[in-house]
Design a binder for this molecule. Sequence first.
Ligand SMILES: Nc1ncnc2c1ncn2[C@@H]1O[C@H](COP(=O)(O)OP(=O)(O)OP(=O)(O)O)[C@@H](O)[C@H]1O
Length: 352
Amino acid sequence: MATVEVRDLRKRYQDFLALDGVSLKAESGQLVTLLGPSGCGKSTTLRCLAGFLEANGGDITVDGESILSTPANRRGFGVVFQNYALFPHMTVAENIGYGLKLQKLPKSEIETRVKDVMQLVRLGGLGDRLPREISGGQQQRVALARALVLKPKLLLLDEPLANLDARLRDEVRWLIRDLQQQSGITAFYVTHDQSEAMAMSDMVAVMKQGRVAQFATPREIYQKPVERYVADFTGEANFIACSSVMSVGEARYAVTAAGASLEVAGVPEITGSAELLLRPEALELTAPAAGTFQGTVTKSAFLGAALHCEIALADGSILKLTAEPNHQVETGEEVGIAIDHSHTWLMPEVAP
Ligand SMILES: Nc1ncnc2c1ncn2[C@@H]1O[C@H](COP(=O)(O)OP(=O)(O)OP(=O)(O)O)[C@@H](O)[C@H]1O
């Protein structure tokens, strides 16, 4: 178990600054996810952690000690990538035991540890197969077992589910989280899939152009994003520009949005222009006069478990919401929208 801290990490590829001061921390036993779109620096951060890349500035510490000068093979970390990189000519058991063999452990100990970890990742009975004789999900479990068998201080996972189909993704996702929690290994996990990040993580770092836009729990990232970029990346979101914003207490504001006056919570110390975040589940269809907002239905689609609607407000904003499936609304109909105030959140307007 290890506490791992990344402080102001910088990495340059020729004249391109890929990491521009990344800071985050995994407490012992936590799974921390790096979430963000392609090219934001997730893999670069993970490779610096693994020791495959040399940072140009900042520090990485494990239990308070800098590891930057420790070579990758002496860091004691387990690494799992999206392309499993199994040795094709070795059996499943040989692949898993390879690292232990390099450590020159007695054969009987290797056999026991390989057998135990194979049970753990549910590969029992497949030890004699070659990688090409097992499925993609099983191959990824071999890669996981190969990392876990070394009892690493830290587990680094870079899009480990990327090559799996939806059903296997789900299965391997929960297996990884279960194993990580049971073993108490600190882990960093890279993904661009927000639902994966939300479901698995203790903490999420949402990355934006080589920096961490927000580092917080999944709940906080979803409910209290610091800016639109984070809100957009972590689920369906509606934004309404506010025409007036006045502070009325600590991180509380009186705002006017789409003709309605509201008192809302938000990011502390907003001084300039601001926009209101309304998640679809915060909105409910009402009779026209009964809602906080009034608008016109521009789209409605029956999705089975819910009715998806889009409503145009008088100021031109479009609100997306999910209504109860038996609700009947027609395109062009005037409706009201009630807001659950516990689900509103004010953010400063930030240049993209
Ligand atoms: N070896 C390299 N030489 C030059 N630029 C690089 C190199 N590796 C990565 N980059 C650039 O650095 C930036 C960050 O890359 P990185 O692989 O860390 O992003 P990522 O968030 O992991 O993206 P993805 O989800 O696509 O893997 C990108 O703009 C990428 O093009």
